[in-house]
Design a protein around this ligand. Structure first.
Ligand SMILES: Cc1ncc(C[n+]2csc(CCOP(=O)(O)OP(=O)(O)O)c2C)c(N)n1
Length: 517
């Protein structure tokens, strides 16, 4: 296990922290349980290994619910270890106590109780459940007594081995590819590993087929690759290229990644996935289940007209553009471009973490990713408060690269405690706040409703002052030249830094209409 994150209580947490130290597993103290969950799922995504979260009983578990839901819908193997009532306390099980396993049930793949089966057995089962297909969190209840009683090495366990699609299925898939003249690939979250991304790239290049990536699969094919077709959410902006396709191959795309709208495409679908998805958007003509990247599809070369992919990509990017800044602040797409430019200028290659909100549209479109894991986002749950803890985990995982967190002011206010975590750990991390003093993604949906004042906005917060108070470096920027200078200084700083960018939200409404149709 690469790390454990959490906020300890008095019971099993302290024994676990001591045991982790004895085994050389780092424990990172977060400021919130929700933040710990997001840090753990991010570390799990980056390492492809299970990561632990420890919390106290009662409020520790209820506060961790968002992290569990996030790990569940982002398909990340996280094991939450919660303290529980020991034998001697059972008769008093009211104070700080509720049925924790029942709360965790809809959010986790398994709920294990160490007192019932022994901590080794419970840990082994939790790890196996978390790594099953699709991956996800497991819940493990551990009393202090149980933690101290046993030499609690996990019972023998191993990651479930995925089946390989049958020779007959592979032959049928090859026949579909051979008959297609304009195949297109949608790469999803399962493709965001080094090996599967390389497989997708080989297939795309052999076929000469465009690749669209979901938010979670940014970097599976680099944005700068000539076959990069855009970002797939299930909306309208990227639909033209798929309407021109005569075969759609979904490579590890999970329906949890798509917006809840009808499937818009008539072309047959060849679905590659580790497990049968619970919800079908499109009934696939053929489904290969298991370790799809182990299959050799020996493709024939397709025949997209010359320049077609580049034209589609340019049209998609033009639709997403926020346009020039208005008087009210800086254009959101300019914020993203200036940030990447400043990072490159200072020789930095940070991973980018993106929050939920209107600002995520320019971030996911204009941040150029080269490898899987270059862009980190909560998409299945799409929770606010994700970017900062995700950026913290990325900077811990890879201190040389560090990270940048793109967040709305609303999302940052939800994760503010974790700014203290980043500052205390002196992480190489730059927080860029799209500060528009509004819940913009909700504001653009309000239509003609007559809402009371301050229903969706608040007085502007000076995040630079907050950051300085926590010991980090910080700048405020009201226009593009100020922002460029602030970003260059922030990336050159090399420690925790924050740039509070006054953002012009006026183009978001048009942008989301173009995106979703
Ligand atoms: C925890 C959580 N609460 C509420 C929402 C619903 N929601 C999605 S975006 C959004 C507004 C985000 O505002 P902000 O962080 O300022 O970003 P902006 O939209 O202004 O870019 C809200 C309330 C959510 N996704 N997650």
């Amino acid at each position: 296990m690469p790390a454990i994150f959490g906020v300890p209580g008095g019971g099993s947490s302290l024994d676990l922290i001591a045991a982790a130290k004895a085994r050389g597993i780092p424990f990172h103290l977060s400021r919130t349980e929700a933040g710990a969950g997001i840090m753990a799922l991010t570390m799990a995504e980056l390492t492809q290994r299970p990561v632990g979260v420890l919390v106290t009983r009662g409020p520790g578990v209820s506060a961790a619910a968002n992290g569990l839901a996030n790990a569940s819908l982002e398909r990340a193997p996280v094991v939450l270890v919660a303290d529980a009532m020991g034998e001697a306390e059972r008769g008093f099980a009211t104070h700080q106590w509720f049925d924790q396993a029942a709360m965790a049930a809809p959010l986790t793949r398994a709920q294990l109780c160490a007192a019932a089966m022994g901590p080794g057995e419970a840990a082994g089962r939790a790890l196996s459940a978390a790594l099953g297909a699709p991956r996800g969190p497991a819940y493990l209840e551990l009393t202090g007594e149980a933690a101290r009683a046993a030499a609690a090495d996990p019972a023998p366990w191993r990651a479930p081995v995925l089946p390989v699609p049958s020779a007959d299925e592979v032959a049928r898939a090859r026949a579909m590819l051979a008959g297609a003249r304009r195949p297109a690939i949608i790469a999803g979250l399962e493709a965001a590993t080094g090996e599967r991304a390389a497989w997708v790239r080989r297939l795309a290049e052999a076929l000469h087929a465009p690749v669209l990536v979901t938010y979670k699969a940014k970097g599976v094919l680099p944005d700068a690759h000539p076959l990069f077709g855009g970002v797939f959410t299930g909306g309208e902006a990227e639909a033209p290229i798929l309407r021109d396709a005569d075969l759609i191959i979904t490579a590890g795309a999970d329906p949890v990644e798509f917006i809840p709208q009808r499937w818009r495409f008539a072309a047959p679908v060849l679905e590659l996935a580790t497990a049968a998805p619970a919800l079908g958007y499109a009934a696939p003509a053929l489904r290969l289940l298991g370790e799809w990247a182990a299959v050799d599809l020996a493709p024939a070369r397709a025949a997209w007209p010359d320049g077609a992919v580049a034209r589609h990509r340019a049209a998609w990017l033009a639709l997403l553009e926020n346009g020039p800044s208005g008087n009210g602040g800086i254009s959101p797409s300019a914020i993203v471009r200036l940030a990447q430019g400043a990072a490159r200028e200072s020789g930095a290659d940070p991973r980018a973490a993106v929050d939920a909100g209107a600002h995520m549209f320019p971030c996911t479109s204009f941040w150029q990713a080269e490898r899987p894991g270059d862009l980190l986002i909560s998409n299945g749950l799409a929770t606010m408060g994700h970017a900062l803890p995700a950026a913290i985990a990325a900077a811990i995982h890879d201190p040389a690269r560090g990270s940048v967190a793109f967040t709305g002011d609303g999302g940052l206010l939800m994760a503010l405690g974790e700014l203290a975590t980043a500052c205390a750990m002196r992480l190489k991390l730059v927080v860029v706040v799209f500060n528009d003093a509004t819940l913009s993604l909700i504001d653009i949906k309000k239509g003609g409703r007559d809402l009371p004042g301050r229903a969706l906005d608040w007085p502007e917060v000076d995040f630079a002052q907050v950051m300085r108070g926590l010991g980090g470096a910080a700048w405020r920027a009201g226009n593009e030249p100020e922002l460029g200078a602030a970003l260059r200084a922030a990336f050159a700083d090399g420690g925790p830094a924050l740039v509070d960018a006054r953002c012009d939200p006026s183009s978001y409404g048009r942008q989301i209409a173009a995106l979703r149709g």
